[in-house]
Design a protein around this ligand. Sequence first.
Ligand code: IMP
Length: 431
Amino acid sequence: MPSLVVVGAQWGDEGKGKIVHLLGKNSDVIVRYQGGNNAGHTVVFDGKHFILHLIPSGILEPGKKGVIANGVVVDPAALKEEVAFLETRKIKVKGRLTVSTLAHVILPYHKYLDTIRETGDKSGVIGTTRKGIGPAYSDKVGRTGIRVVDFLEKPVFEELLDQNLTEKEPLLSRVKPISEIRKEIMATYDELRAFLAEYAADTSVQLAKAFESNKRVLFESAQGTMLDVDFGTFPYVTSSNPIAGGACNGSGVGPRHIDEVLGVIKAYTTRVGEGPFPTELFDETGVQLQTVGQEVGATTGRQRRCGWFDAVAVRHAVRVNGISKFALTKLDVLNGVKTIKICVAYDVDGKRVTDFPASRTAQAKAKPIYKNYKGFTGDLRSFKSYAKFPAEARAFVKALEDAIGAKCALVSMGKSRDETLVLDKKFSWLK
Ligand code: IMP
């Protein structure tokens, strides 16, 4: 019953889509356990470019099963669109994808509420994707949410819909009358219900059976540790738990079924949306990382903020996820950068801080303390073995390993999974 959780160790966009696509080859079932269509997993494959928002990227591998587990919030209309998109590109989804009956649904009013908050008082602006993620999770923990199983039972759905619209009317009426929102939802309801009914399943039972029959199960997180609602830069976070522990409650699997955790780490740092970012660069190096790394949000098209590698944040991620191995992405983007920096600690009010601070004031004030490394030149994608990499590139990877306390198992360059070198020959998932 081997299983592996793949997590992002920064602020998301570390390149998990590509890594999961690579590891998907050796998996039987690929599970998304949190988040929703706020995610944008980019995968390049057979010369085609795919951006997946909800469906696990492993689905691109023929014959594999994809699971959208209970911890995910599902926008039925967005899911229908994504399935249609894949099927027009000859990726068969029907019969291979299941959606947990316990997952909560995102409805248009969640998106309206998200936008109301994002366009209101500046102090409450998070820079969300406006996909309704926060409001849907708020309803879940506030116990007014609508699960897939409720969505499928029309009388139950209509009753819950009316309760929710009435409760939220004071805010929603800023957008339009709730009678109109109700009409809008009911206009597509029957079609979406029929669609979702074909995918709905008890995915916890499905996963238990997969473990019993010794299937290889890969858990794919969305976003990253620094966006985790508990361990990220609160309140500038998403509303779920991308950390490895989230795979258990997000999919109905006990901790004894989790064998390994692989962190995905970018050779520098990026972030989309508001919130603290101690190593952010506002100079030409930042522009270079943004341009060469093509750092544009896959879901919203927003430019990603760019900065140096932050070992304080990643050490925090290594600890809260239990990462011992990581896949390093986008090292090739640093080609030609003269001096590469790693932030090893922060200066907060004159004090050296090495553990990521909880205080939002400290996070905002944190000044990075850097160690400098000589840059490298040469297109790393042209080297067929890691041993052939420029010595400076290898020295930088070693410095990253030492700074965060984990081992680099894979070096990923470019967009296609074929442009990946395996450093750790014992990494069980690729055997
Ligand atoms: P939400 O998840 O749409 O509520 O957005 C909350 C925060 O998480 C915002 O800063 C978003 O930019 C960020 N975020 C959400 N999904 C992703 C992602 O897939 N990659 C990077 N940032 C994300």
